[in-house]
Design a protein around this ligand. Structure first.
Ligand SMILES: NC(=O)c1ccc[n+]([C@@H]2O[C@H](COP(=O)([O-])OP(=O)(O)OC[C@H]3O[C@@H](n4cnc5c(N)ncnc54)[C@H](OP(=O)(O)O)[C@@H]3O)[C@@H](O)[C@H]2O)c1
Length: 262
């Protein structure tokens, strides 16, 4: 009979008890992992002792919580992370340094769906091509549920970064809160209403025509399955310390491997 000492069930602790943390819990639970879900700690930060025996931490909390969460978890002995939370760019360097200093690895992405990886490459290609045509202007519109903490979404910011990197006519993005759109900026608009799990539209408005590319999430399942694939990747073998993009999980022998649905 198996004893507790022989139990090899992998333990995952999910930090963040919102809709996405719960979707990830379902995806990892379906893979036979033991799951704990933790919300915002009453004492301001998580107790490192709470991470004893945890094989992997998934962060699905709030941007401003990520650095403190990772610090508490590495202090508690965790060396594998999937960081799905968005809007923690100001702390990115500190998180990366902390991970490297403690020999820990993390897969981090603002969107863990395979479709988002393909979509980003399509957008980059369209931006590069239209930047060579006269009079084409890119824009991004994203829709999410009422109550989503950040705006623009992490995915929209990532898409904007990719467009700006290949479009010499624009050097920053702007939102309606910045006032009238200025020449040389990329317009990014976020709509927050209802229960929308996430839709991103990237358009290129040209003389007499418009190109539009759309990524529509029908539920949180694709992203949650992507997080589960990242967890599998981290647990499969030791990975180098620091931050890894989700592309590293999908890219096998130069091909994109789509994770099995949970
Ligand atoms: N990468 C992806 O594929 C993907 C997909 C979907 C969502 N996301 C991102 O994942 C995050 C969570 O999404 P969501 O829709 O579930 O957001 P949410 O509704 O805001 O839920 C986040 C939960 O985390 C809690 N929290 C705050 N600080 C915490 C901490 N230190 N430890 C543990 N929990 C903490 C929040 O509590 P309070 O309400 O008290 O702050 C809240 O209950 C967001 O950043 C979202 O943008 C990423």
């Amino acid at each position: 009979m198996a004893t507790d000492a022989e139990d090899t069930t992998m333990q995952a602790l999910i930090l963040g008890d919102g809709p996405f943390g719960r979707a990830v819990a379902d995806a990892l639970g379906a893979r036979g992992m033991a799951i704990r879900l933790a919300g915002r700690p009453a004492a301001g930060g998580h107790d490192p002792a709470a991470f004893a025996g945890v094989d992997v931490v998934v962060d699905a909390s709030r941007g401003e919580s990520v650095l403190g969460n990772v610090a508490a978890a590495v202090e508690g002995g965790v060396r594998r992370f999937a960081i799905a939370t968005t809007a923690w760019e100001p702390d990115r360097r500190a998180v990366a340094e902390l991970l490297r200093a403690r020999g820990a690895s993390a897969v981090a992405a603002s969107n863990f769906s395979p479709g988002a990886v393909v979509f980003a490459q399509l957008v980059e290609m369209a931006a590069r091509l239209t930047a060579r045509l006269p009079g084409y202007e890119p824009y991004i519109v994203e829709w999410h549920r009422h109550g989503k903490a950040d705006r623009p979404s992490g995915t929209a910011r990532d898409l904007a970064r990719r467009i700006l990197a290949v479009d010499p006519a624009r050097d920053r993005f702007s939102t309606p809160a910045d006032g009238p759109a200025e020449t040389g900026t990329l317009e990014v608009v976020g709509v927050r209403a209802g229960t929308n799990p996430g839709r991103h539209l990237v358009g290129f408005d040209g003389p007499g025509e418009t190109i539009e590319l759309t990524l529509t999430a029908r539920d949180r399942g694709a992203c949650a399955s992507g997080v589960a694939a990242a967890v599998d990747w981290l647990l499969a073998e030791p990975r180098s310390a620091g931050l890894h993009p989700f592309e590293a999980v999908l890219e096998v022998d130069g091909r994109l491997e789509v994770p099995a649905a949970s």
